[in-house]
Write a protein that binds this ligand. Structure first.
Ligand code: CTP
Length: 397
């Protein structure tokens, strides 16, 4: 897929620059032609020699090179993709403001190719409104942002802001060049993330779902040309701008958002960790502590998957998830039947690297025709590809 593709890799000052070394190796192995631009501060982390050796091309760093002008216009035209990885907070801010004080920025401003940005920074910088605003500006201008991962950061803290792994970036580029539009004309609904059930104006019942699995499925469907409606509970995850994203908070809001145009969807995938119970009454004022304890009365939420299974027409495919800790297979098949779904995707919490908070997942899919598909542990993006492939296969049977 990447053979012969021209990748202009731009490296900025971030500890994640070491991952870009691996990325160049992977790109070269896949047959891509790679040229590397480094900013001054990137050189504090990795030497140009490392990149020139791996890319077999001279590394470009200056607007003026050996007394002559580096032709930034031609570089931007040479590339099929300009990939900025890692993209520091500073470079993102400069790009959003049209600043042009180094070669990378000059090439960016004159590029005609797709620009893909893989941010890397500490969580506080990532979450800062100024960074968010800069990212929105750049997205609106047609630049593609890769998601950041959660994990250990340069500061020693743990959180959002790690640059996407080189293997995941390779997956993205592979997809970008494959341009599979087999789901063009298909309408899909995906739910993702947790729901928060309010107890009073400041407290809620929630769960640890990150929304990553559902978001990855929505991205996969979108990438293949589907019109995607994502209904997502509270989550900071970045979603491609082409996906219709409806943010909700409670199970009830998620239910309403899903049912609004239910008949128009061909594929319905419920990946959200919807709360099963919600407080019967939400206190209008903050509950004060008095006495030894309180009793909360909880009532069942509406089961969106169940309602979808009951309401579906013949051409609609309804897919749910099951997170089980014991009797996994039997419980998953039971759920498939009870909810009249076409497929159930089983996450077993017994599996290593599967479930909440992980970037990886291990699934087994059961369908209504008694078929079982087992997959090894993979990244959530790769799992999303397996899920969408299996759904397409099921719909074509
Ligand atoms: N689901 C939903 N609406 C709810 C609850 C769950 O759409 N109110 C969906 C989830 O998105 C998921 C599937 O149903 O696709 C999970 O089924 P559920 O019965 O909630 O599983 P568990 O929470 O594991 O329930 P139990 O412990 O009763 O098996």
């Amino acid at each position: 897929m990447l053979k012969g593709k021209k990748i202009l890799l731009c490296v900025t000052g971030s500890i994640a620059a070491y991952k870009s070394v691996i990325l160049v190796r992977l790109l070269a192995k896949a047959g891509a032609e790679v040229k590397v631009i480094m900013t001054e501060s990137a050189k504090d982390f990795v030497t140009p020699l490392t990149f020139s050796t791996l890319s077999k091309n001279k590394v470009l760093t200056d607007l003026f090179d050996e007394g002559s002008w580096a032709n930034h216009v031609m570089l931007g035209r040479w590339a099929d993709v300009m990939l900025i990885a890692p993209a520091s907070c500073n470079t993102i801010a400069k790009m959003a403001n049209g600043i042009c004080d180094n070669l990378l920025l000059a090439v960016y401003l004159s590029s005609k190719c797709a620009v893909v940005i893989a941010p890397a920074m500490d969580e506080d910088m990532w979450l800062h409104p100024a960074t968010k605003q800069n990212i929105e500006v750049l997205k609106k201008q047609g630049n593609e942002f890769l998601a950041v991962n959660n994990g250990e950061l340069a500061s020693g803290l743990t959180g959002e802001g790690r640059m996407m792994e080189p293997e995941e970036i390779m997956d993205f580029l592979g997809d970008y060049f494959s341009k599979d539009t087999s789901l063009k004309g298909i309408n899909a609904l995906v739910t993702a993330g947790p729901t928060y059930e309010a107890i009073d104006p400041v407290r809620f019942i929630g769960n640890h779902s990150s929304g990553k699995m559902g978001a990855a499925i929505a991205e996969e469907l979108f990438k293949r040309g589907a019109n995607v409606q994502l209904v997502i509970g509270p989550s900071d995850i970045q979603i491609s701008s082409g996906i219709n994203t409806k943010k909700v908070v409670s199970a009830d809001e998620m239910y309403e958002a899903c049912m609004q145009q239910f008949d128009s969807y061909d594929i319905i995938i419920m990946a959200a960790a919807v709360a099963d119970f919600t407080p019967k009454k939400k206190a209008v004022e903050k509950i004060k502590k008095s006495g030894e304890g309180i009793t909360l009365e909880l009532v069942r939420t509406k089961d969106i998957l169940l309602k979808s299974g009951q309401s579906k027409a013949k051409n609609q495919t309804v897919v749910g998830f099951a997170l089980e800790t014991n009797n996994e297979k039997a419980n998953a098949i039971e759920k498939l039947k009870a909810k009249n779904a076409d497929m159930i995707i089983l996450n077993s919490l017994k599996d290593e690297r599967a479930g909440f908070g992980y970037d990886t997942n291990k699934i087994t899919i059961f369908d209504k025709n008694n078929k079982e598909y087992q997959f090894p542990a993979k990244t959530k993006k790769q799992v999303a590809t397996d899920i969408v492939n299996t759904i397409i296969q099921y719909r074509n049977e």
